[in-house]
Design a protein around this ligand. Structure first.
Ligand SMILES: *Cc1c(COP(=O)(O)O)cnc(C)c1O
Length: 352
C-alpha cells in the first residue's frame, strides 16, 4: 500500500478474474464462462450506425436497450435498472441495500465477499450442504440482505422456483437478490415472482448467454421504488456507465431471439455431452444448469488437471480452498473444442 492510499482500503482483497489468454488458432479458452459464439451477425452489421451515435452522450436509463428489455421480460421499464455489467449492478446493491449486512453461501460468486469488504457490509456465510446443494431453510431467521446465484457458480447447480418463493416468504421485509447470470442455460427464472414480492431483486447479464462479455451490460429487475433508489446511486456516481455503442448492440441482441435460443441449445447439448464423457472417465460431475461444469476426480487435483491441460493450450479453472480444490470448472465451448478437451483429458487420465 502506497503512503497516500486510505488506510481503510489497505487490507482490501480484490476480485481475481480468470486469466485472459492470447487467442491463437490452437488455444481453447474455457476458463471464464464466456459464450463460445460471437454476437449475432445481424447485430454486428449494425455497428456503423452505433458508431455514428458516439457524438452524443449515451441515454442514462438505457434508451432503446431499456425498451427492448421491457418488451422481452414483459415488465415496466421503470422496474428495470441498467448497469455496466452485472458486477456494477451488484456493487450498487451491496452499497445501498445492505444496512443490516449481507448473507450468502460459502461457495458462490467471489464478488459477493469482495463487495461486502469494499462497502463495509457485515457478511454472514451460509455453507452449502455436504453435496453442494443449497437449502433455503438455512436462511430462516437471517435478517441480512440475501445474495443467491441461481444457478450457482462455481457449482452450476440450480434450485427450483418454489424454493425461491419459500425464501421470499420467510421474511417479507428482508431483501433477496437472485443473481441469474446463468439462468438461460436451464435454470428457473424468478421473473414471474416480481409482481408478487417487492423484496425480490433479480440481476441478469449479457455476458454469458448473450455473447457480450466484452460489451458490459447487466441489469436488475425489481419494484419501481427499488429501481428508483438504484438510479439515485448511479446518478450520484456515473450516469453514463453503459456506452452508446453497447446499448445499441444490446437492444439489437434482444431482438434477435432466434440466434439467442439456437446458441443456448448448442451449449446445453455440449454440456450434456461433456458431462457424460467426464463421468465415463471416472469424474464426479455436479448437476449443472449453467454454461459450465464443475467436476472432480480422485486421481488428480483441480490444480494439476488445469496445469496439464494448459500444456495442451486448453485453459480451464480451478479454485483453492478445501471444498473446491478437488474440482475443475470447465466452460462449455463449441463441439470441436469439447471434442479436443475430452480427448486430452482422456490422455491425461491414462497417463496417471
Ligand atoms: C459472470 C457473473 C457475473 C458478472 O457478469 P458481468 O455482467 O460480466 O459483470 C455475475 N454473477 C455471476 C454469478 C457470474 O458468474
Amino acid at each position: 500500500m502506497g503512503k497516500y492510499f486510505d488506510k481503510k482500503y489497505g487490507s482490501m482483497v480484490p476480485y481475481v478474474p480468470g486469466e485472459q489468454v492470447k487467442l491463437d488458432g490452437e488455444t481453447i479458452k474455457l476458463n471464464t464462462n464466456e459464450n463460445p459464439y460471437p454476437p449475432s451477425e445481424i447485430c454486428l452489421k449494425e455497428i456503423d450506425k452505433a458508431l455514428a451515435r458516439l457524438r452524443l452522450y449515451p441515454d442514462s436509463f438505457g434508451g432503446e436497450l431499456l425498451t427492448e428489455l421491457s418488451r422481452f421480460y414483459k415488465i415496466g421499464s421503470d422496474r428495470i435498472f441498467v448497469g455496466n455489467g452485472s458486477d456494477e449492478v451488484l456493487a450498487f446493491l451491496f452499497q445501498g441495500f445492505c444496512e443490516k449486512g449481507a448473507a450468502f453461501a460459502d461457495l458462490t460468486y467471489g464478488f459477493y465477499k469482495v463487495f461486502s469488504n469494499l462497502y463495509g457490509v457485515e457478511k454472514q456465510i451460509v455453507p452449502l450442504r455436504e453435496d453442494y446443494s443449497l437449502n433455503v431453510d438455512d436462511y430462516i431467521g437471517i435478517d441480512k440482505t440475501i445474495f443467491l446465484a441461481n444457478p450457482n457458480a462455481p457449482t452450476g447447480m440450480a434450485i427450483p422456483l418454489k424454493d425461491i418463493k419459500k425464501l421470499l416468504e420467510q421474511d417479507l421485509n428482508r431483501l433477496v437478490v437472485i443473481d441469474e447470470a446463468y439462468v438461460d442455460f436451464g435454470g428457473e427464472s424468478a421473473v414471474e415472482l416480481l409482481d408478487d414480492y417487492d423484496n425480490l431483486v433479480i440481476v441478469m447479464t449479457f455476458s454469458k448467454s448473450r455473447q457480450l462479455a466484452g460489451g458490459r451490460i447487466g441489469f436488475a429487475m425489481a419494484s419501481k421504488d427499488l429501481i428508483a433508489d438504484m438510479n439515485k446511486l448511479k446518478f450520484s456516481f456515473n450516469p453514463f456507465d453503459v456506452d452508446g455503442i453497447t446499448q445499441y448492440i444490446g437492444a439489437c441482441i434482444l431482438r434477435d431471439e432466434k440466434y439467442f435460443r439456437d446458441k443456448i441449445e448448442l451449449v446445453i447439448f455440449e454440456r450434456e455431452r461433456l458431462t457424460i464423457a467426464l463421468k465415463n472417465l471416472g469424474f464426479r460431475v455436479l448437476n449443472s444448469k449453467s454454461n459450465f461444469v464443475f467436476a472432480s476426480n480422485e486421481k488428480i487435483s483441480g490444480k494439476d488437471l488445469c496445469e496439464k491441460l494448459k500444456d495442451k493450450k486448453i485453459y480451464i479453472r480451478f479454485f483453492s480452498g478445501e471444498r473446491t480444490s478437488p474440482f475443475v470448472r470447465i466452460t462449455i465451448g463449441t463441439h470441436e473444442q469439447m471434442s479436443r478437451l475430452i480427448s486430452e483429458i482422456d490422455n491425461i487420465m491414462r497417463s496417471l
